[in-house]
Design a protein around this ligand. Structure first.
Ligand SMILES: [Zn+2]
Length: 336
């Protein structure tokens, strides 16, 4: 494992990684605020998440398989501490594309004793998680440290109080169940040796009236590129996962599938003057992970400004646009 091969993602990259990963588990999720720890809403519950790149544990280590993250308590922890909330601490290893999680209760005890702590795991466990979806490493203190693929981040968060108590076999069974239920709106309760687990996948059904009203307001054309070709969809500006996300036409935009995906993934956004903007932070992240191909094409087909409905009542509410940009983790709109 050489250092030069390892891609190091910076905190804003990791924020988008979290948003993308959580969406694979449930649509009922959004970014609230904070800077590492970040605060997210997932299935209506709030979580503080601290995320760091995981790396080898330094020169002179006895065990080549050992990896770690170091966490220093900073002012950014204050909101979580003042609410007595646990901070979920995650390591991310880009080479294998897996998260590693330590028991937050154990973390809290250690943070009471010192301001900087090192948390260890094993490269081999991460490799196993990349192959099999999930894996755990039990350390000398009998703590289970769990590694898993990004699509199980939501599952982990929803159950972090129990997941560290499950054995390898139960963990594998758990992700199989999660996959089984993931295609639609579902809620399931499982029990592993008295450890309760819930699996909540929220997949929003589109309101047919909302869809038709949006199509008509925009003349059945994508507001960002003008495409019709029956490739259009009615996108929510403020998503359903937020209670402010209504089915009013002024909370919608008619977008083609490409632009709808780009909008929901925070790749493209609309500023308060209806200008269509590419999110540079997200682009930087995609370049780093080698997923930026096609950017030129997307730029070329996108209008500079949103094509608005003629009826002012149907045009996107600026307040909705502000809320949506906030929820999608876009924090550079003010300099537009
Ligand atoms: Zn389009």
């Amino acid at each position: 494992m050489s250092v030069k091969d390892t891609i190091i993602l910076d905190p804003s990259d990791l924020k988008f990684l979290l948003i993308d990963s959580l969406n694979q588990y449930t649509n009922n999720t959004y970014f609230i605020d904070g800077k590492n720890p970040y605060r997210f809403s997932i299935n209506k519950k709030k979580y503080y998440i601290l995320i760091k790149n995981i790396h080898e544990s330094g020169e002179g280590r006895g065990n080549q398989d050992e990896c770690r993250i170091q966490v220093a308590k900073s002012r950014n922890f204050n909101p979580a501490l003042s609410e007595h909330s646990n901070v979920i601490v995650l390591g991310y290893f880009h080479d294998e594309r897996v998260f590693t999680a330590w028991n937050p209760f154990m973390m809290r005890e250690r943070f009471n004793l010192r301001d900087t702590i090192s948390l260890y795991s094993r490269f081999s466990i991460q490799r196993d998680a990349a192959e099999n979806g999930i894996s755990n490493y039990v350390d000398n203190n009998n703590q289970s440290i769990v590694s898993f693929k990004p699509q199980y981040l939501g599952l982990y968060l929803e159950n972090y109080e129990s997941v560290h108590l499950l054995n390898q076999e139960d963990l594998k069974n758990l992700i199989e169940k999660s996959d089984e239920f993931n295609s639609e709106d579902s809620f399931n309760e499982l029990n592993y040796n008295n450890n309760k687990i819930t699996i909540t996948h929220t997949r929003y059904r589109r309101d047919p009236r909302f869809r038709l009203s949006v199509y008509n307001a925009y003349n059945h054309k994508c507001a960002m590129c003008g495409i019709q070709l029956e490739l259009i969809e009615a996108a929510h500006i403020v998503p359903h996962s937020d209670e402010r996300g209504t089915d009013e036409v002024n909370n919608g935009m008619c977008l083609c599938r490409l632009h709808h995906g780009a909008y929901d993934n925070s790749l493209i956004f609309v500023d308060e003057k209806y200008n269509i903007k590419i999110n540079e932070q997200k682009i930087n992240y995609l370049i780093k992970i080698g997923k930026d191909s096609g950017l030129h094409h997307l730029n070329k087909i996108s209008f500079k400004k949103l094509n608005l409905p003629e009826n002012p009542v149907h045009q996107p509410d600026i307040n909705n646009i502000k809320i949506a940009n906030n929820l999608r983790g876009i924090d550079n709109i003010s300099n537009s």
